[in-house]
Ligand binder design. Sequence first.
Ligand code: C5P
Length: 229
Amino acid sequence: MADLIITIDGPAASGKSTVARLLAKRLGASFLDTGAMYRAVTLAAMQAGVDMSDEEKLLGVLDGKKFKFAIKESKMAVYIDGVDATGQIRGQQVTASARHIASAAKVRAKLVEMQRQFAAGQEKIVTEGRDQGTVAFPNADVKFFLTASPIERARRRQSELLAKGAGESLEKIQRDIEERDKSDQGREIGPLKPASDAIIVDTTDLSIEEVVEKLLDYTKEKCLKKSRK
Ligand code: C5P
């Protein structure tokens, strides 16, 4: 097991991935973007033309393909059967369909197992998603839950899309984000919610750097307390 596990959970476009990556860099830790895992299985299921409501078929996709997750140029790269799918998993159709994979209990159980295996091979890890502090790593050393208002999250997502040359109205982006929140909060297994011992950080009025500094301060404080015990 890793010596230091930090979990960051939160809703769509709350800045988790960027913050996790930067926090990991500051701590000399690895990071894991678990959303990329759900996205990779979604893409593979779409490519295989599998019925997304058939849990056994989805499990078959996860078992039948070789998924590789690796850190490349400080981002999480995804390979499906040896083919680089890092860009493709961010497509709008994948984003919209990921909820099927996210609510398939057996697929979730297997992905959580893969997340624990990944963490076991690291000395320190920052892992982000929806259920990292609640289900995957209930004994994590430090747990964060990032939030931001839906309109701010929509603005952030719009800037990301514009940077990629894709335009979308703010209203539509906010609607999609709120729909994903609802689906993530409403599922039975691994729903989006803060762990009872998570530190909740509202990032609405904070820059990425400010969030990272805040999380670093909390981490140092918590780890110091632990070492004094
Ligand atoms: O974080 P990201 O937007 O990349 O996640 C894609 C989808 O994967 C989310 O909408 C969510 O439904 C699912 N997910 C999940 N549990 C996680 C990470 C992501 O259910 N730990």
